[in-house]
Design a protein around this ligand. Structure first.
Ligand code: DGT
Ligand code: CA
Ligand code: CA
Ligand code: ZN
Length: 562
């Protein structure tokens, strides 16, 4: 029930925004929704007192949850829903379209959905509408693209959870089982899940896979289902002897496969999901493992994250595949929050969880005062520092902050106060629409600040929700390299920011990176693999990533030649 209630609380928050309600109230509901989603117990089993023990859940939210448990509805939410015309909530999910203008579109044009809106723009019905110039029309059109892409593909964590559950269910019934496709390559969003299994008899696997699901297609070698959440998944069953060739084929990408097949053809071979064959005689050469398939083609095994036909095949032919960074290489997390700002767990809980993860060091980086909603003060920050200094047996704690990069590139505090932090992450949290030149200047100024160590979630995109800011990446990368400022690879599956294409370009410019969870709860500390996967897609090695370094080397980097 937790997911369901969290979704309702989020909707309540969104509707409160549309009706112009109190921002602090909105923030409370969002925070409660986050805690409930990550809460280990089923909240349907909890009484009012136990509900209130959940971070962010006060009397009024607890009462709403209890009401939902008993009646299946929340009266206050239904009232809010009744106040807002149909479709307006969906319209506000289009990046660039605020509540006020969504209401206006509904009232004046009768637009009731994003599809309606797209049609209205195409038909020129927004022309001449008060407050909708050509430029904002363009922005809304591109916002609709972002929104639609977000709806057609799912985020990595959703896909990974679903796929892992499928593999766990099918493993006992098969000789081998794994997920392949874009998920194995850590692509940032997933179109459908591809499960591969090896078995002599496919029938029991197909039956288990289809049970209780909507079956879209089925045959002896392949079954396709649609899960309750709307995600499609393919199961393919192959003989164990063909495992390697099938895994290679279904991992993709298609572009990688096409290029590999060309290499086979040049060697008078034929490659398919069944194996590598002699072209003339159809004699099977190899098919059991991926390593054998690549080796017979004269290539080193290629990590799935690199298989996009972007130079990995040449590198494999020349024995130059980089030793990619892995989860085990990470010695610490450099961007995390506590309940002093918008986290849901206390400092003690977060630090205890960091210790359980086996980290050597861990930075606490709560929000700085310019993000008004977080209500940070100098006193609170200094009091937290005392707490941090008093804690921390067993791992090195760094006291830091997440600064806000203002429109002119300045940050929340002056040098004197900044000097007291062990590490400063600095992020853009406002004025996302600045023109490119101004935005670039803004980032460069932040990099030149001798106390700014890491640029947090650099493009500020939210996948399917907010487009990236416009910035001259080449100039930003040069500024980072020159000033010893790292770029973050934010591991939240909603962000994955810096994206992998830019990571690779930044690395070529000499930039260093921090793979950070940006955790706002204990469970989000576990998001690191999404960041590592993204770093791998950017071809990074441990040496490129400052939080794989020993503490002394990290500290030297953080001093920034001051
Ligand atoms: P997705 O599902 O859009 O996130 O991306 P993928 O890469 O998982 O693509 P999908 O599910 O259509 O196919 C899985 C893999 O199967 C793909 O990565 C490579 C292989 N594959 C699919 N279609 C073709 C094709 O036409 N040619 C070749 N060579 N391989 C293909
Ligand atoms: Ca797929
Ligand atoms: Ca597929
Ligand atoms: Zn941030």
């Amino acid at each position: 029930m937790n997911e369901q209630v969290a979704a309702l609380l989020r909707e309540y928050a969104e509707l409160t925004v549309i009706t112009g309600g109190d921002v602090f109230r909105v923030r409370n509901y969002e925070k409660a929704a986050r805690s409930i989603r990550g809460w280990p117990e089923d909240i349907a089993q909890l009484d009012l007192k136990a509900l209130r023990a959940i971070p962010g859940v006060g009397a009024s939210i607890a009462a709403k949850i209890a009401e939902f448990s008993q009646t299946g509805a929340i009266g206050a939410l239904d009232e809010l829903r009744a106040k807002i015309p149909p479709g307006v909530l969906e319209l506000t999910r289009v990046p660039g379209l605020g509540p006020r203008r969504a209401m206006q579109l509904s009232r004046e044009l009768g637009v009731q959905s994003v599809d309606d809106l797209a049609a209205a723009i195409k038909a020129g019905r927004l022309d001449g509408l008060a407050g909708f110039g050509a430029k904002s029309e363009e922005r809304i059109a591109s916002g609709i693209e972002v929104y639609r892409q977000g709806r057609e593909r799912v985020l990595l964590d959703v896909a990974l959870r679903t796929a892992t559950a499928m593999v766990d269910e099918l493993t006992p019934l098969s000789q081998r089982c794994a997920y392949a496709g874009s998920l194995r390559r850590w692509r940032e969003t997933i179109g459908d899940i591809d499960i591969l299994a090896a078995a002599g008899d496919s029938a029991p696997l197909m039956a288990a896979f289809s049970a209780g699901q909507e079956v879209v297609g089925s045959g002896p070698a392949k079954t396709t289902i649609r899960t309750a959440s709307g995600l499609t998944a393919d199961l393919r069953v192959v003989p164990l002897d063909a495992w390697g060739a099938a895994l290679q084929y279904f991992t993709g990408s298609t572009a990688h496969n096409v290029a590999i097949r060309q290499i086979a053809i040049r060697q008078k071979l034929k490659l398919s999901e069944y194996g590598l064959f002699e072209a003339d005689t159809d004699r099977l050469i190899v098919s059991r493992t991926e390593e054998e398939v690549y080796a017979r083609l004269g290539l080193a095994w290629i990590p799935p994250a690199l298989r996009e036909d972007r130079g990995e095949i040449e590198a494999a032919a020349q024995g130059r595949i980089p030793g990619l960074v892995r989860d085990n290489d990470l010695r610490g997390d450099l961007h995390t929050h506590t309940d002093l700002t918008d986290g849901t767990a206390s400092l003690e809980q977060m630090v205890a969880a960091a210790r359980r993860r086996g980290y050597e060091y861990y930075a606490v980086t709560d929000h700085a005062p310019d993000l008004i909603m977080q209500r940070m003060t100098d006193e609170k920050m200094l009091a937290q520092r005392d707490q941090v200094r008093a804690l921390g047996a067993g791992l090195e704690l760094l006291h830091g902050t997440e600064l806000n990069i203002g429109p002119d590139g300045s940050v929340d505090w002056e040098a004197g106060f900044l000097a007291g932090f062990d590490i400063c992450v600095a992020s853009v949290h406002s004025h996302f629409e600045q023109p490119r030149a101004e935005m670039t200047r803004r980032f460069v100024t932040a990099c030149e600040n001798p106390y700014v160590n890491v640029i947090g979630h650099p493009t500020t995109r939210r996948i399917g929700k907010r487009p990236p800011v416009k910035v001259d990446f080449g100039e930003l990368f040069r500024a980072c390299a020159r000033t010893g400022t790292a770029l973050e690879i934010n591991a939240s599956p909603q962000r994955l920011d810096l994206p992998s294409d830019q990571i690779r370009a930044a690395r070529d410019a000499g930039v260093k990176f921090a793979i950070d969870s940006d955790a706002h709860s204990v469970s989000e500390l576990g998001n690191m693999p999404y960041g590592t996967g993204t770093a791998q897609r950017g071809w990074l090695t441990p040496d490129d990533v400052i939080n794989t370094w020993p503490l002394e080397r990290l500290r030297a980097f953080l001093r920034k030649d001051r």
